[in-house]
Structures are given as C-alpha cells and as structure tokens.
Design a protein around this ligand. Structure first.
Ligand code: ATP
Length: 460
C-alpha cells in the first residue's frame, strides 16, 4: 500500500470537513490564537508590542500555526521577525530574564523563560542549498520567502503578532486549503532533493494527521526515495528523523511506510524487516505498558525501543553497522546492540527453562539496558505461548522490581578482616554472596558474614 492510501485511514472525509467548518468559523472571528493557553497568548501580545517599539514585524510561524488550526496541542512557540531576529531575541531575553542560546548560522535563538517555557526566535530568511542534502546557506528575506523555504504548505503559514494585526493569518501557499483536504504538498519540485529529511517528515505528518500525499508530491517523494540522496544525510540528521517516526502514535505504520518506500536500505543494504519484526512492533505497546506499571519512575526511551524492534531480525554485523551509520550516542548504542539475537536468546531461556534460580536470572539480565528488557518481553509476547510468557513476565518483574537492586551488607573490608589478602577471589566471594542473597539463602548481615567466613576459610 502506498503512503497516500495509508494516510487516508486516520480521519474520514466527513470528520475532517466538520473539524474544518469549526476552524473556519473561528478564523473568521480572527481568534486563532484563542487556542493557546492564556499565559502564552499574553506573552505573544507582549512580544508584538515589543516588536512594534523596535519597528519590526513579528509572526508566530510553522507547526504551531498548523496545530492551532487543527486544534491540536503544541507547546513549541516559534516566532520569526522580519529584520534582526538575533538582536530582538537578546532584547526579549533581557526583558524576561530568559536563558538564551544563539545559532548564528541559521540566524535563530532559543530562549528558555524563567517558567520553563521554550521560545524560538528567528529572522525571516531564504535558504539555498550548495548541494543536495547539505545544510542550507541562509540570507535575510521577507516573510513570504521565509514561508517558501519550508517543507510543506501546511507548515508554511504565519500569524501576525504586532498589535494592529494581532491574530491575522498569512497563508500565501494554500496551507488552509491543504489542511482542509488532508493533503501534504511540497512548495516546489526540488524540495526533497534540497533536503531529503523532508521524505521522512512527509511520512511523519501523513501518519500523524491521517493525511495523504498530494499526487505530484507523492511522485517527487518516490523519485527522491529511489535515488541515493538519503546517503548524503549525516548520521545524526537521519537518526533524528527515524526516531521521530518511531515516536508517532503507531510506529508500526511509519515503519511500514519506510519499508514500502525501501528507505531502510539506507541503514544497511541487507537490513531485514520481516514478519517477526512486524509482529514484535505490534505487541510492543503491551511490553511498554508492562514496563510503565513495573517502573513508573524510570521511563524507557519509547522511540528507541521501537527502533530496536524494527532491527530485531538482524544479526550483529548489520546492527553494528546501523549504529555506526547513525552515529548513535553511547547509551543508544548500548541499547541497540541488544536489538537482535542476544535478546531473543535471553527471552527464550527465561521463558522455557522451568528451573531457573533468581540469581541465574539476575546474572542473565544484569547487563541489559531497560529498552532491551522491554524488547525481551515483547519477543516473548510475540510467540503467543501463554505459559512461557507468564514465566518470562514473572521473572522479568522480579528482576526489575527487586533483584536488580540487591546489595550486600558485607564488603571487601569485611573479607580483609577475615584474613583474606585482596585479589580476584574477593570478587568471586562477593558474587557468590550476592547470588545467595538473591536466592534467599542468606537474609541478614550475620548470615552473610558467616557465609563469607566459610568461603574465606576454604580459600586461605
Ligand atoms: P512537530 O509537531 O513534529 O514538532 P513541526 O512542524 O513543529 O513538527 P519542527 O521540526 O519543529 O516541526 O519545525 C518547525 C517548522 O520549521 C516546521 O513547521 C517547518 O515550517 C519548518 N521546518 C522544519 N524542518 C524543515 C525542513 N527540513 N525543511 C523545511 N522546513 C522545515
């Protein structure tokens, strides 16, 4: 199934029309900004006044405008200033006591206000690409040009913030029309070639909103996906897009689109995403829900867990090369290394073997990152063998809630007092003591000491 037809399943045409009629009614009353919480609206009014004092035009822009029109929550405030956005950002930071980081290359600044609110301020700009997939060169430009450099018409709208036009919508490229029709449309034919991350962004928005790709856009996307353009994207940029796709409501669908468009080949030409990985992605929500219940205070990285599920059918060579291609962080790499057979082996052992002492389970699981534990349960669930899954779940639960935190009351100093010379045997004895504690064979400090003494006597 193509991206286009898949996108249509989200909302029915009738639902979309009803939503749209409600929006249109609001817009005629010029109150699009009423969708924002009062505090944010007040802040935007103040920014408008401040911009007026500086003789600048200022707009709310991009995804937040789209989401206001769709009546979806979006807490990112992106504003753009016709003129020197950096100087304006400095002024705002001073006025509000905000922390600020500047990204001079793109003439943008990120502010964090004392109440934690994040605000991006940019200068309106045009962008040009020295070569496909390179980061763009930017030059000052008017609002209309700034909107033209954006990815899709639905993301290329702005709302004026200056007092005289507060709340007025600018939509030069038919963003409202496309929102109404549920259409993702690029602004020009070279869009995917300039920036192939837009291929992934198109899939993301189509999936999120249940939109379809406008036919010419769909054609351009498929053409771009069929070339090697994506190879020019740096690891972190590609990784960012993939993890964002895995963060959508139904990662199974976004992964399906990646597979249909043959985009997974950019991770590794032999990467497999077959039936068992698809099944794993489908049952992963149950494993994630289990985790949330067991460890509410230690959230796992949901996107990473889904990404690992997508990779789950691959061997260590492919997985290592994906890690390198995406230049994953240390923590991410440590988790992704467990995506394949290692977790499958673990899940098999823990679900099949009837006689497994808790300490043995502890030794099997102690090195696994949290995402890998979730994946292990997912792999069990995907087998649909009830008794085995119950066993696996029981063992994982005991480990994550209790045994992984097991600690001894005696330590190296106590062994020294017992006359043992420090050396490798310390580790051996302490490990055996810990196993005994996890298995419930020793419970008190005195019992630990006693066992330590017996082992020390044997080793002297
Ligand atoms: P999300 O809701 O997922 O955050 P968003 O549309 O807000 O989506 P951002 O990545 O925060 O996306 O970008 C903000 C805006 O910047 C977009 O709405 C779009 O106008 C513009 N933009 C972002 N990335 C690109 C890109 N690769 N090419 C062109 N325009 C882009």
């Amino acid at each position: 199934m193509s991206c286009e037809s898949e996108g249509r399943r989200g909302f029915s045409q009738a639902e979309r029309l009803l939503q749209w009629q409600a929006m249109a009614a609001d817009m005629t009353r010029k109150n699009i900004l009423r969708g924002l919480p009062t505090g944010r609206r007040t802040l935007l009014r103040e920014l408008g006044t401040l911009a007026d004092e500086q003789g600048l035009s200022i707009y709310l822009v991009g995804g937040v405008v789209r989401d206001l029109l769709l009546r979806r929550e979006n807490w990112d405030l992106d504003v753009t200033v016709e003129g020197d956005g950096i100087a304006f950002a400095r002024l705002v930071a001073d006025r509000y006591g905000a922390g600020v980081a500047f990204f001079d290359r793109f003439a943008t600044a990120r502010l964090v206000l004392p109440d934690g609110l994040k605000l991006d301020i940019a200068s309106t700009r045009r962008e040009s690409y020295a070569r496909p997939a390179a980061l763009p060169d930017v030059a000052p430009a008017c609002l209309k040009e700034d909107l033209y450099r954006r990815d899709f018409t639905i993301n290329a709208m702005a709302i004026q913030l200056n007092p005289a036009g507060f709340g007025q919508l600018f939509d030069p490229y038919g963003g409202q029309r496309d929102l109404k029709a549920g259409t993702i449309r690029v602004l020009h034919d070279g869009s995917f070639v300039d920036d192939p991350t837009r291929i992934f962004r198109a899939i993301r928005f189509a999936e999120r909103f249940g939109f379809h790709l406008e036919p010419a856009t769909g054609r351009l996307l498929r053409q771009a996906a069929a070339t090697n353009l994506v190879t020019n994207l740096s690891g972190p940029r590609l990784c960012n897009e993939l993890l964002l796709l895995m963060n959508e409501r139904d990662p199974g669908r976004t992964a399906g689109s990646l597979a249909r468009l043959n985009l997974l080949r950019f991770l590794h030409p032999r990467l497999r995403y077959g039936e068992s990985a698809r099944r794993l992605v489908t049952v992963l929500p149950q494993a994630l829900a289990w985790w949330k219940k067991q460890c509410p205070d230690a959230p796992v990285d949901r996107s990473l867990a889904y990404f690992m599920a997508v990779l789950s059918e691959n061997g260590p060579v492919v997985i290592r090369s994906v890690i390198q291609r995406l230049q994953l962080s240390k923590a991410q790499s440590r988790a992704v290394e467990w995506a394949g057979q290692r977790t499958s082996r673990m899940a098999r052992e823990l679900s099949r073997l009837v006689d497994l002492r808790p300490a043995r389970v502890y030794r099997l699981l102690m090195a696994m990152p949290d995402e890998a534990l979730v994946l292990a349960l997912g792999k069990g669930l995907a087998t649909k063998k009830d008794e085995a899954v119950r066993r696996l779940r029981r063992r994982l639960s005991r480990f994550v809630k209790c045994d992984r935190y097991a600690a001894l009351l005696v330590g190296g100093d106590d062994l020294k007092q017992l006359g043992l010379t420090p050396g490798p045997q310390y580790k051996k004895i302490l490990n055996r003591l810990l196993d005994a504690r996890i298995n419930g064979e020793v419970k008190t400090e005195a019992q630990e000491r006693d066992m330590a003494r017996r082992m020390a006597m044997l080793s002297i």
